[in-house]
Design a protein around this ligand. Sequence first.
Ligand SMILES: [Fe+2]
Ligand SMILES: [Fe+2]
Length: 243
Amino acid sequence: MKTEVIVETPTHKWLYFGRDPERNDKIIDTNQYLVQSGHQSLLMDPGGIELFAPMLASLVRHLPIEHLTYLFASHQDPDIISSLGLWDQTLPKAKLYSPWLWESFIRHFGMNNIKFEPIADEGGKLLVGEVELQFIPAHYLHSSGNMHVYDPIAKVLMSGDVGAALEDDNPGIYVDNFHSHTQKMQFFHQRWMPSNRAKDNWIARVRSLDIQYMCPQHGRIFRGEQVKQFLDWFAALDVGIAS
Ligand SMILES: [Fe+2]
Ligand SMILES: [Fe+2]
């Protein structure tokens, strides 16, 4: 599995995991992100059950597994967190942060040891090692209870399904040409995002953040000026379209 440091500060770093070469082409490709600071780490949207073994193998090359202290599930989808039952046996002392709305659904993936930490609708904060991360509401984009993760020090927004792209085999991990990239994003956003009102609400919230890297759960990472290009493109896009 491809692994790359996205950004590193004196206190912490962001790691990318993805482009699993063993992936069945009938399932959607996913990106996994880790924030690591000292002896604590947060793994965001850990992935599907099929991805558990390659994720674990990749992670232990970078940190002792007991340093993986927190999991985060932006929402309830299987591509986000159907691996939970296996993490539950591997990391019995870990905590899972996820929108409160989904607790009774997410527990169906198997959760006997890990502690569920509900995130309120208005968001919240989590200290990982020396870095305080923020949970940013992204409800109805596309899930009705949905959170993103913002790091104000490294200036990274983990944006879940927002910014997702559907690509052919093994693309690069960063957006190169923004305009051609929009063709790979349009269907996903129009079909999966149900609400223009929710979209506008999220864009207003995110425009107030200083973001150098926007990291979606599918597709490629946006850097620098591409973040504003994405927000402008998304603002102009009509969503909630099924035909
Ligand atoms: Fe999703
Ligand atoms: Fe997804």
